[in-house]
Design a protein around this ligand. Structure first.
Ligand code: PRX
Length: 661
């Protein structure tokens, strides 16, 4: 075996610690295997049982799975429920009622506790306010909010009245917001005047105004503004109202509206391999089941736990493991408005100590940046805080490299806490391949095994199973309750993207490469196999960034974007650009690169700014005019070109593009 291969093979195995096995819902591998067998033996019976035990139905379902219009699967589709009632009302009259639901810590460190009872009252009042604005079941509402309790209240209030929310991450641009308002046909935007991040007051409402000002938002009638800070913002008479105005006089009781299990709870836009983001549509019943079930399975959540998922509500992780899952499970959760490095890079560890967090769930990119910070400044190393409250750790969003895994294990988990490396996607709604804390022996860098009932496999382009030990495409062969239902307004794209004909039209194609270990049969995700990048756990399409670049029509003639590995951000964006003027060099090239970066930030958001920009007189193309991306990937990595370049129209261009600014 070559040296390169041997570092990829991870031999360390960490059995579940006895404390995690003790009293666990799924204790030991035989218990996990029994659930898997149950699902295989009686697939529908298994899911029907889970749905009955974990979800409160206002009208019980009699059909579990309808495959008649596959891949447009329906789950529990003659049942009715309300997602908000399943997160809040279900706890009324139980000991959870007076328990803290959310421990909110603001950017500047102020702490507010909200009990389940308070939260129910706040959600109900806000739901009444939405109704008073004429917002009804089935309407779409855009939420462009900071990480605040009000953000969760807005989401829950939409769910309560059956309105479909679409949360847009507060870091996305006016243009991105405009496109989402139009695509969703939204009737309202819920936003804040400003957001606080790292001690800075950043505008949100002004970006909403700019986005709406770009035109086309014909369905939009109302903008509701949460005054997060005392700073005033522009208000358009008749259209814009503050939270205070609309909440005034609203009662704090509001009957939850029962909806069909398949009713769209939310749409969340995510990047795909073409320029236009996809509106991933999720259901109410299957999604809610998953949010609750995975809190129980993956985090084995217990009554005294303090759960903290650091994800923003603008991403799927913040939907399932902040806005819905912890509440459905009746857990106490920490919600954090700020960033991990303010006022210092020990903030996460300090907060774990302060709030006695027991289950901590974050992203590899955060871990890697905090490792780096603690290497240069001892004072922010986790050892400076008491982290003994922790019992389970989690990782999400990108592959976690074994080095980061080991650091997390030693320095945060004190070698006591199992790490749940949860693999999933916006489309899957919640975890699909993940260890279980009381059962699965862990291998650093591996998301281990599928959850019971998830029929994950690795196949080749024709859909044939690939033997363990070899890489291929990750698929899920049977539907599952929390899967994406469609792409909002584009069912054909849904079918083509996820259920390609080549795989028979009924197998879910994840878009990731993976390999199963020959001995353990564990899955290891090797990264996206399509034109999607994962930068600091944020998902971005190369075509999306290319479209943004070429939309600078006065300057850019052509652009190609690829990813390259980056120690800190996982992947980094590398753009190759041909200008409409002679190829710049030196200072001029640097200046233009800065101009282009800012342009992309305006078009999509700062997270999409290319790290490297290189200029050429042309791009490497085949004689038929196709851009040879594999060559660009090699150049971006700084590798020597060993590939066959004989089909290349213009080989001299390679040297030019290899030049760094
Ligand atoms: O490439 C995989 C990576 O993130 C992609 C999904 O991104 P998104 O829809 O934004 O959802 C992120 C949060 C669930 C996947 O296709 N990914 C996610 N989790 C892991 C991962 N890659 C490896 N290991 C993981 N645990």
């Amino acid at each position: 075996m070559s040296a390169i291969e041997s570092v990829l093979v991870e031999n360390r195995v960490f059995p579940p610690p006895p404390a995690a096995v003790d009293g666990a819902r799924i204790a030991g591998m035989p218990a996990y295997e029994a659930l898997c067998k149950e699902a295989e033996r009686d697939f529908e019976g298994f899911w029907a049982r889970q749905a009955r035990e974990n979800v409160q139905w206002t009208r019980p379902f009699t059909r579990t799975l309808d495959e008649s219009n596959a891949p447009f699967y329906k789950w529990f589709d003659d049942g009715e429920l309300n997602a908000s009632a399943n997160c809040l009302d279900r706890h009324v009259g139980t000991p959870v009622e007076n328990k803290t639901a959310i421990v909110f810590e603001s950017d500047d460190g102020q702490v507010t506790n909200v009990t389940y009872k308070d939260l129910l009252a706040r959600v109900s009042r806000f739901a009444n306010a939405l109704k008073a604005q004429g917002i009804r079941k089935g309407d779409r509402v855009i939420i462009y909010m900071p990480m605040t309790v009000e953000g969760v209240v807005a989401m829950q209030a939409c769910a309560r009245i059956g309105a479909t929310h679409s949360v847009v991450f507060g870091g996305f641009s006016a243009k991105a917001l405009n496109e989402r308002i139009i695509d969703a046909g939204a009737v309202a935007v819920i936003t804040a005047n400003y957001q606080m991040r790292g001690g800075k007051e950043l505008p949100l409402k002004a970006i909403v105004d700019e986005g709406i000002g770009m035109g086309g938002c014909d369905t939009l009638k109302t903008v509701l503004v949460f005054m997060r800070t005392p700073t005033r913002c522009e208000m358009v008479a008749g259209r814009d109202k503050t939270f205070d105005e609309v909440l005034k006089g609203q009662p704090d009781q509001c009957a939850p509206v029962p909806v069909n299990a398949e009713h769209p709870l939310f749409i969340l836009y995510t990047s795909g391999s073409t320029g236009k983001p996809k509106g991933v549509q999720h259901s109410t019943g299957g999604y809610l089941l998953w949010a609750k079930l995975t809190m129980d399975w993956t985090f084995d959540i217990r009554p005294k736990d303090v759960f903290w998922c650091t994800a923003d509500i603008g991403w799927i992780t913040g939907h399932t493991y902040v806005a819905y899952g912890p509440l459905a499970a009746g857990a106490t959760q920490v919600m954090f408005e700020g960033i991990p490095t303010f006022p210092h890079a020990g903030r996460f560890w300090q907060m774990i100590e302060k709030h006695k967090v027991t289950v901590f769930y974050t992203a590899p990119t955060a871990i890697r940046s905090l490792i780096k910070a603690s290497e240069t400044d001892e004072k922010v190393h986790p050892k400076n805080w008491d982290l003994s409250s922790l019992r389970i750790l989690g990782s999400v969003g990108e592959p976690i490299n074994p080095e980061a895994w080991m650091w997390y294990h030693r320095n945060v988990g004190n070698e006591r806490c199992p790490i749940m490396d949860t693999f999933w996607q916006t489309e899957t709604g919640g975890h699909v391949i993940t260890p279980l804390p009381g059962a699965t022996p862990l291998v650093p860098g591996s998301c281990t095994l599928p959850l019971p009932g998830i029929m994950a496999a690795i196949v080749d382009e024709t859909g044939k199973d690939i033997p363990n030990g070899s890489g291929g495409m990750l698929v899920i062969k049977r539907p599952w309750p929390s899967m994406i239902r469609t792409i909002w307004g584009d069912p054909e794209r849904f079918r083509k993207s996820y259920f390609p004909e080549e795989l028979g039209g009924k197998t879910y194609l994840a878009g990731d490469g993976a390999v199963r270990d020959a001995k353990t049969t564990y899955f290891r995700i090797t990264g996206r196999i399509d034109d999607v990048l994962n930068v600091s756990g944020h998902r971005l399409g190369t075509m999306e960034i290319e479209s943004a670049l070429v939309s600078k029509t006065d300057l850019v003639a052509e652009a190609a974007v690829v990813g390259r590995p980056d120690d800190l951000t996982g992947e980094a964006i590398c753009a190759f650009v041909v200008l409409k003027r002679p190829r710049p060099t030196g200072e001029e090239a640097k200046q233009i690169a800065t101009e282009l970066r800012n342009w992309v930030a305006k078009e999509i958001g700062p997270i999409a700014k290319p790290k490297d920009i290189r200029f050429g007189d042309n791009l490497p193309k085949t004689r038929s005019g196709k851009i040879m991306r594999r060559l660009l990937r090699s150049i971006a990595k700084g590798e020597a070109i060993t590939q066959d370049t004989s089909t290349l129209e213009n080989p001299a261009i390679l040297e030019q593009l290899a030049e760094r600014l």
